[in-house]
Design a protein around this ligand. Structure first.
Ligand code: AMP
Length: 191
């Protein structure tokens, strides 16, 4: 079976979660958000959650080994999926390499990386707005937001080159209405 495996990429506040929800309905995909999974672990106060907490509250990345192990389990739990949307993962080149290995074992590679591009001022604005009603502590403090954007620029952004080298990178203009951005994403998938 040919699967549609999407890496939905972009800085914090780019709209990955919002667009992932729309894409999974459109293409019947399984949504794997490492941020959501980690917040779930934190809420249930699991060992993994407690370990991740100290990184998340500072806006630092949780160690690769933790995140990679977590994703592997979720892929195995969804053996009959038509495809996956990876949201907030991979966030380092090491994670991207590990994901390629996991998918190679299943014989189903990444189809495309959709990299949403949004200006920094807009990111900060969106995150502070989200922080008001999401209850996410890391969205309520401007210095943590700044750190997450910095971590994105230094550690995460190079993941684009990893997929570009495989001819899978596609930049998507991430400003405008939710539906306009969704249309751009669908167009890139269907091309
Ligand atoms: P997100 O919901 O994607 O913004 O993630 C929230 C926080 O969870 C991040 O600031 C990181 O601390 C952690 N996190 C989520 N995904 C990853 C990942 N793939 N690698 C490392 N840390 C992650």
């Amino acid at each position: 079976m040919i699967m549609l495996n999407i890496v939905l990429f972009g800085p914090p506040g780019a709209g990955k979660g919002t667009q992932a929800e729309k894409l999974l309905k459109e293409y019947q995909l399984v949504h794997l958000s490492t941020g959501d999974i980690l917040r779930g672990e934190l809420k249930s106060e699991t060992k993994l959650g407690l370990e991740a907490k100290k990184f998340m509250e500072k806006g630092e990345l949780v160690p690769d080994s933790v995140v990679i192990g977590m994703i592997e389990g979720k892929i195995d739990n969804n053996a009959n999926a038509k495809g996956f949307i990876f949201d907030g993962f991979p966030r380092t080149t090491a994670q991207a390499e590990a994901l390629d290995e996991m998918l190679a074992k299943k014989g189903t590679p990444i189809t495309i990386m959709l990299a949403m591009e949004v200006e920094k001022d807009e990111l900060v604005k969106r995150l502070l707005l989200r922080g008001k009603d999401s209850g996410r502590a890391d969205d309520q403090d401007e210095s943590i937001i700044e750190n997450r954007i910095k971590v994105y620029d230094t550690e995460t952004s190079p993941v684009k080159d990893f997929y570009a080298a495989q001819g899978k990178y596609k930049g998507i203009h991430g400003m405008g209405s939710i539906d306009e951005i969704f249309d751009r994403l669908c167009e890139a998938i269907e091309k």
